[in-house]
Every structure is written in C-alpha cells, then in structure tokens.
Design a protein around this ligand. Structure first.
Ligand code: C2E
Ligand code: MG
Ligand code: MG
Ligand code: MG
Length: 276
C-alpha cells in the first residue's frame, strides 16, 4: 500500500534492523551460555556501625570475545525475555555460593534474582542444592528481589519467599523507592534488608539532594521501625557517605567503598581485613 507521506514504508527497514540485531544478540547469548563466557564480580558492602566490610553483592559480567565486557543491563533483559535467565541465574547462584564459602568468618554474599526464576516451582530446591553443594551457611546468603516479583503472581511468589526464608537465608528488597508502590511491598513480606536505590543517594540535580536525602532518612526510619536493615546503594563521595551515616542507614555500598572487583581481588581484600 502506498502511503502518501511514506511514513510506514520509511520505518520498515529500521524495524527490521532492530529485530535482526536482537536476534543476533539472542544467538550470541545462547552461544555464550554454552561457551561459559560469564563471570561474577563482587562489590563490598560496609556496615556503618563497625566500618567493616560485612559482605558483597555478586554482579554478573559477560566477557565477550569481540565486544569485551558486556554489562548486565545490556543482556539480562533479553535473557529474561527469551528464557535464558533461568539457566544463567542458576549458574550465578551456584558460583556465588561456592565463592562465598571460601571467604572467612560470616561474610555474606548477595545474589540478584529475576522473577522468571520463581516460575516453574523448582527454585527453592535449586537454592537448597546450591547451599548444600557449596557448604555455605544459609545465613551467609542473601537473595535480592525487585518489585517486579511482587507485581505478578504475587501470592505464589510471596509463598516462595517464605519457603526460601525457611532455608535460613536472608531476603532483600533491591532498588527500593523506584517502583510504583514500594511501600505496599514492604507489607507483603518481612524483608531482612531494604536497599535504597542509588537515585536517592547520588545528588540528582533534577530532584535536588535535599529532597532525596529526606527520602533516605524516611526509609532508614521505616527500616528501623520494621526491623529491617537499610543499605544505601551507589555512594560515590565522602559527602554522600556523611549524609547517609547521619540519616541512619545501617550499611553502605558504592564506588566510594569499592567498585565491583574480581573474585581473586575480593579474597585478597578479605585476607587484608582479617590481619590484625
Ligand atoms: P543492582 O542489583 O541494583 O546492582 C547495583 C548496580 O549499581 C551495579 O551495576 C553496580 O555496579 C552499580 N553501582 C554500585 N555502586 C555504584 C556507584 O557508586 N555508582 C554507580 N554509578 N553505580 C554503582 P551492574 O553490575 O551494571 O548491574 C546492573 C543491574 O543488573 C543490577 O542492579 C541488577 O539489577 C542486574 N544484575 C546484575 N547481576 C545480575 C545477576 O546475576 N542476575 C540478575 N537477574 N540480575 C543481575
Ligand atoms: Mg542488586
Ligand atoms: Mg540495586
Ligand atoms: Mg538496579
């Protein structure tokens, strides 16, 4: 059909290109799963009372043979869409547990979960098996979920959260404050920790640091009232650190403490910290 303005025909090749680029990425991702091109890096979390590193968050990286390091933001959403996240997520879980089992003392590891991992019903058994296989004390594992999990199938997912908690591990609410009804999610499950999203911690010029810090203060207070620890994400400057300390957060994570680093570097860091 000939469109007088040519609008529809004009966009067609572009659409086609985008679909093809996605298809290429998908095939590449499937190949990467088989070739085991993924790696975990670990970002330390510091307790604000003791000023000691208490654990790390495991973050996935794709070491692509041609494209270099690919960030999770550039492939996790597609992995979720095409169902590859279940296998990748299980690899993340098992690898993180095995790694943390080598860390001294009671240092914890936090693992990010995608909602798709909750579907199908086998997830609790997978987590139990990762703990068993690694020998990691369940109290040293934290699972981070986002609001997406409580948006759909929330009753079944909350039941799964309780079953997971029954294994002895901790559950954290990630990116708190970015959702449509973050507050109501706090009523659906007694989280162990709330991770306050980076956007409230970093002085966002559009929002104004004053207002963002008032929110950090409110969430820290909310956490205290509910018996939940509060982690401030994305702390980059000493000034932000001072503020979140003042506002009463219990823990901090961000480039100021450390960027995410390799498993070998984390082990070195823990060995240094353990020295008298
Ligand atoms: P997240 O779970 O909120 O992880 C924190 C992200 O903030 C990480 O980005 C981390 O590198 C970054 N970050 C930490 N401190 C700072 C800081 O001070 N400044 C700035 N600008 N950024 C900071 P990353 O590693 O790119 O991960 C992005 C997101 O991808 C994660 O957000 C998480 O939602 C997802 N993700 C990462 N690994 C996994 C995984 O193994 N499985 C799943 N399902 N998702 C993952
Ligand atoms: Mg996270
Ligand atoms: Mg986060
Ligand atoms: Mg995030």
């Amino acid at each position: 059909k000939l469109d007088g303005r040519g609008g529809f025909r004009f966009f067609e090749p572009e659409m086609d290109e985008r679909v093809q680029a996605r298809r290429r990425l998908e095939l590449d991702l499937r190949r990467a799963v088989a070739a085991q091109e993924f790696e975990l890096v670990y970002q330390p979390q510091m307790n604000l009372e003791t000023n000691r590193i208490v654990g790390c968050e495991a973050l996935i990286r794709w070491r692509h043979p041609e494209r270099g390091t690919v960030s999770p933001g550039d492939f996790i959403p597609l992995a979720e869409e095409v169902g590859l996240i279940v296998g990748i997520g299980e690899w993340v879980l098992r690898t993180a547990c095995r790694e943390a089992a080598r860390w001294p003392g009671d240092l914890t590891v936090a693992v990010n979960l995608s909602p798709a991992q909750f579907r199908g019903g086998g997830f609790v058994a997978t987590v139990a098996s990762a703990l068993e296989e690694s020998g990691l004390d369940p109290r040293r594992l934290e699972l981070e979920i986002t609001e997406g999990l409580l948006l759909h199938d929330s009753e079944a997912n909350v039941a799964t959260l309780h079953a997971l908690r029954g294994l002895g591990l901790r559950i954290a609410m990630d990116d708190f404050g970015t959702g449509y009804s973050s507050l109501s999610y706090l009523r659906s499950f007694p989280f162990d920790r709330i991770k306050i999203d980076r956007s409230f911690v970093s002085g966002d010029p559009s929002g104004g640091t004053g207002g963002a810090m008032a929110i950090v203060r409110a969430v820290a207070g909310l956490g205290a009232a509910l018996g939940m620890a509060t982690v401030a994400e994305g702390v980059e400057t000493p000034e932000q650190m001072d503020s979140i300390r003042r506002e009463g957060c219990t823990d901090v994570q961000g480039f100021l403490i450390s960027r995410p680093i390799s498993a070998a570097d984390i082990r070195r860091l823990f060995a240094e910290q353990a020295e008298p």
